[in-house]
Ligand binder design. Structure first.
Ligand code: HEM
Length: 228
């Protein structure tokens, strides 16, 4: 996803659209800029909390700022990943085909927040102590699972461009980008395992992920029934 996410069937269509048509396209002038603003707002808020703490002694970052920042970025990474995964279900349920043009942008923003979440862990939490990080990966299961999610997302982010779609061919590219489902499942599991015990928040995220997967299954199921 970032295939499905980053798959941007709409991008190709967008490139073929004439200039005057592009000028009138609300996706270009309204919806995509709104997505940029919405996706950057959590980072701007975090920036404000950091500045407030540094310059005015604000306490918005709590008594444990590193943990707060790590959890905050992890939460937003997962939320945006789920929003990216919701694009196809929205198209299926509402028939709004233009929605697919947002997948790539949302997928890349999800990856951006994951990268910040991991960078915070490596830099502020572990101070680049690679031995401690390796020990965490092999001994703490929720970090192992988080790592799996990250490893699934990296090739999707790298191959999200039109050049890579051409180079790989649509079929292979689509196959590779199915890894986003593994990433989504692993990210939900990472959250669930990290919180320990039955807490409602990870369960809600897990249920949303399961619901999105169920809606996606509707189309192929309908096709099979029609064919039989
Ligand atoms: C797709 C990838 C990932 C996503 C979506 C994700 C998301 C999350 C979420 C939602 C939380 C819980 C936040 C909360 O309690 O509110 C979390 C916690 C955490 N994540 Fe990730 N994560 C990912 C990958 C990783 C990776 C690769 C690492 C480290 C190598 C990592 C390290 C951590 C740590 C250390 C915590 C716990 C922080 C604490 O105890 O306060 N995550 N993550």
């Amino acid at each position: 996803m970032i295939a499905t996410t980053m798959s941007d069937a709409g991008t190709v269509a967008g490139a073929q659209r004439s200039k005057p048509a592009k000028k009138r396209d609300p996706m270009v002038w309204v919806i995509k800029p709104a997505v940029w603003v919405l996706c950057l707002a959590p980072l701007a808020w975090l920036g404000w909390l950091v500045a407030d703490a540094v310059f005015f002694g604000g306490r918005g970052l709590t008594a444990n700022p590193v943990e707060f920042i790590n959890r905050y970025l992890g939460d937003w990474a997962l939320r945006i990943l789920l929003v990216a995964l919701a694009v196809t279900p929205v198209r299926i349920l509402t028939g709004w085909k233009q929605a697919v043009r947002l997948r790539r942008l949302l997928g890349l923003f999800a990856f951006f927040y994951v990268a910040l979440h991991v960078a915070n862990y490596v830099i502020l939490d572990q101070f680049f102590d690679w031995t401690a990080i390796w020990n965490d990966i092999v001994r703490r299961w929720y970090i192992t699972v988080g790592m799996l999610a990250l490893l699934c997302l990296i090739p999707l982010a790298v191959t999200s461009t039109k050049g890579w779609i051409k180079r790989m061919g649509g079929r292979n590219w689509n196959k590779l980008h199915k890894a986003v489902y593994i990433a989504g499942a692993a990210a939900c599991l990472h959250f669930f395992m990290m919180r320990k015990g039955l807490q409602y928040e990870p369960l809600v995220y897990g249920a949303i992920f399961a619901g999105l997967m169920a809606v996606r299954a509707v189309e192929p199921l309908k096709r099979r029934i029609a064919a039989s």
